[in-house]
Design a protein around this ligand. Sequence first.
Ligand code: SF4
Length: 346
Amino acid sequence: MQGHARAGRGNDGGNTSSGTEAHSVRHDWRLAEVRELLKLPFADLIFRAQQMHRHHHDANRVQVSTLLSIKTGACPEDCAYCPQSVRYDTGLEREALMDVAAVVERARAARAAGATRFCMGAAYRSPKARELEQVAQMVGEVRALGLETCATLGMLTSDQAQTLKAAGLDYYNHNIDTSAAYYEKIISTRTYRDRLDTLANVRAAGLKVCCGGILGMGESELDRAQMLHTLATLPEHPESVPINQLVAVAGTPLADAPPLDPLEFVRTIAVARILMPESHVRLSAGRSDMTDELQALCFLAGANSIFYGEKLLTTGNPDVEHDRALFARLGIEPEEGEAAPSQSCS
Ligand code: SF4
């Protein structure tokens, strides 16, 4: 396995700690430790990820979210991977912010298909007051259906985050995308610091955080390690950590990005699981390009959340029936939602 440590270190997969300590939640990870984990022999890495996963989660349950694009395209930002940027000619059809009633209808359908969380994504740099008001209304009505709610609307001030919290929002998605160093090759219209500030505003409002990144954008292994290190050393780990695989869309600057080795993708999932043991690690964009066998490996590595059904923002997603069949083949049950009866934009 070129580029990775060759020797196993006994039957503990190189894990010299034991018991509670080995499974504890840490926020003091060193970058060198993250890099060592990424380089472990594959079997040792998966073994450690499985141990961690089983200590903190039911290994045969996967949380299921549905993502709806409530406002599509015409985004002023220049994220190099994104077909929704107004700067790239991708043939994407723009759609204005949806009516509240139409969103609620889609949420009802998602609930009927087994989703427990409904994520509403809008292609904004940051929402304007009237837009935020409309989204807040959607959030309240979707939550009243007994679904957990998540939104991704770009940058948020602390007041905006508090408005969404008051409306009943459970999660806010805002990805860091990649390492701080590689970030400027991907986005020039806002800074890494802006991203971290939004995450802090979201936390301060009492919202749960959904934050991860995208692999396969031409980044190095070091960039992947740094991205994971940033996430794992936040004051609180994001409750959801989406790990996306680039969907290379014609017309975007990353249209010809060389594909990532799928095993590197699995390694990143496994290391995310070890670093952030209580988080839900989500297989997100790019899943429709993955074989069932690769998805199974990702679940084995500790992924325990997927998007299901509805189109994943503007790129394809395997249909509900296929996902159900895959769950049945793997003996996986959907996780129950947390909401009482009553998540790519980034
Ligand atoms: S990822 Fe989000 S912020 Fe970036 S261009 Fe796309 S819609 Fe806009």
